[in-house]
Design a protein. Structure first.
Length: 198
């Protein structure tokens, strides 16, 4: 029934357009907002104008000549149905757009979380490697410091023993060490000389 009413409206609108042959058509909405539709010069121009008129909900239209004078009017008797159809179509499209955007946002969020988790795992592994290297280095340094401390304590003990007069041999060896080092080249030369004579 609604299709028959719409077809009848189209027929009457087409007849009105052909009768007045306007230069342009001014279409009004229920809020009295107006929009102008230019009439093309190509074939099927009235079908194009009707499509443009019905692209949005409308209540009436005016047929205008080149100077803007009104040639005639046309009222939309089916405006309530058109508005309802338009609203339903718009609501369905809006709901579909919202669902698509929500789905897209959810997928983007999932990918971002997965990427962040992978980066976090990589960072934690790298930090673990650094901590292990630092721990190993600290152990090695502790060992070196311990050896140096022990060597220093032994040297101090030897020196203290030598100064106390105990173990005079150690003191004499320590005192004689620089002289022995200086005499080594001379002794080596002398030994080499004796070897040559034999």
């Amino acid at each position: 029934m609604a299709n028959n009413t719409r077809d009848a409206l189209h027929t009457r609108l087409l007849s009105t357009l052909k009768r007045h042959a306007p230069h342009k058509v001014r279409v009004y909405t229920s809020d009295d907002d107006a929009r102008d539709i230019a009439v093309p010069t190509r074939r099927r121009r009235w079908a194009s104008v009707i499509e443009a008129i019905e692209a949005r909900a409308w209540t009436k239209c005016e047929m205008l000549d080149k100077s803007g004078a009104v040639l005639g009017y046309f009222d939309n008797d089916e405006q309530a149905t058109d508005v309802e159809d338009f609203a339903d179509t718009k609501l369905t499209k809006t709901r579909s757009d919202v669902e698509w955007i929500t789905s897209l946002m959810f997928r983007v969020h999932e990918k971002a979380l997965a990427s962040r988790d992978a980066e976090t795992v990589t960072i934690l592994r790298a930090q673990g490697d650094v901590v292990r290297e630092l721990t190993s280095a600290m152990r090695e340094l502790s060992g070196i410091y311990r050896e140096q401390r022990e060597a220093a304590e032994e040297t101090a003990a030897m020196k203290a023993t030598a100064e106390a007069g105990e173990g005079g041999t150690v003191k004499e060896l320590l005192d004689a060490a620089p002289l022995v080092l200086q005499a080594l080249p001379m002794l080596k030369q002398m030994l080499n000389g004796k070897s040559d004579k034999h």
